[in-house]
Ligand binder design. Structure first.
Ligand code: RP5
Length: 165
C-alpha cells in the first residue's frame, strides 16, 4: 500500500530483515490496513531513526512494528522517542538464531515498553495481527475483517490428520 497517512509503520534495521518483515506487511495487506515500510538502522542511520521516531505521530502513524536482529536496539530506541505503541519483532540472526535479537528486544527496563513478539515469521505475522486488534478497537469494519480472518484460519484446521506423501 504505502498511502501518505498509513496507520502502521513497519521499520527494520536492514534490507536483510525484509525477508522476515514482509510477512507483517502481507498480513496487514490481507486485513486491508494501510502501512508503510522503511529501513531505519539504529546504528547505521541514527539520524534517520531520530527523524522517523520523533515525527511518526505527526505523520499519522498509530502503531509501529520494528524488526531487527542481533544487538537489536531499534525497537527500544524507537519506543524511547515516541509514545506510539511499538511492537518488536526479533529477526533470526545467523550467529545465535535470533536469541540475541529476542533478548535484546524483550528486556526493556521499566518505563519504556516494547511489545515483543516471537522470533522470525511468527513474530512478524503476529505483530501485524496485534496491530490489527488494537486498530479494530476503533474501527468496526476492521474488527469484522479480523474476525473473518480468524474464522478462516479456524476453518482450515482439519479434525483428523492424514498421511503425508
Ligand atoms: C541488524 O543487523 C539488522 O536488523 C539485521 O537483522 C542485522 C544484520 O544486518 P545486515 O548486516 O544484513 O545489514 O542491524
Amino acid at each position: 500500500m504505502g498511502t501518505e497517512r498509513a496507520d502502521v509503520a513497519i521499520i527494520m534495521g536492514s534490507q536483510s530483515d525484509w525477508a522476515t518483515m514482509h510477512h507483517a506487511a502481507d498480513t496487514l495487506e490481507a486485513l486491508g490496513i494501510s502501512y508503510e515500510s522503511r529501513i531505519v538502522s539504529a546504528h547505521r542511520t541514527p539520524e534517520r531513526l531520530y527523524d522517523f521516531a520523533r515525527n511518526a505521530k505527526a505523520e499519522g502513524f498509530k502503531i509501529i512494528i520494528a524488526g531487527a536482529g542481533g544487538a537489536a536496539h531499534l525497537p527500544g530506541m524507537t519506543a524511547a522517542l515516541t509514545a506510539l505503541p511499538v511492537f518488536g519483532v526479533p529477526v533470526e540472526s545467523k550467529a545465535l538464531s535470533g536469541q540475541d535479537s529476542l533478548l535484546s528486544i524483550v528486556q526493556m527496563p521499566a518505563g519504556i515498553p516494547v511489545g515483543t513478539l516471537a522470533i522470525g515469521k511468527s513474530g512478524a505475522v503476529n505483530a501485524a495481527l496485534l496491530a490489527a486488534a488494537v486498530l479494530a478497537l476503533g474501527d468496526e469494519d476492521l474488527a469484522e475483517r479480523l474476525d473473518a480472518w480468524r474464522a478462516e484460519q479456524t476453518a482450515k484446521v482439519a479434525e483428523h490428520p492424514k498421511d503425508e506423501q
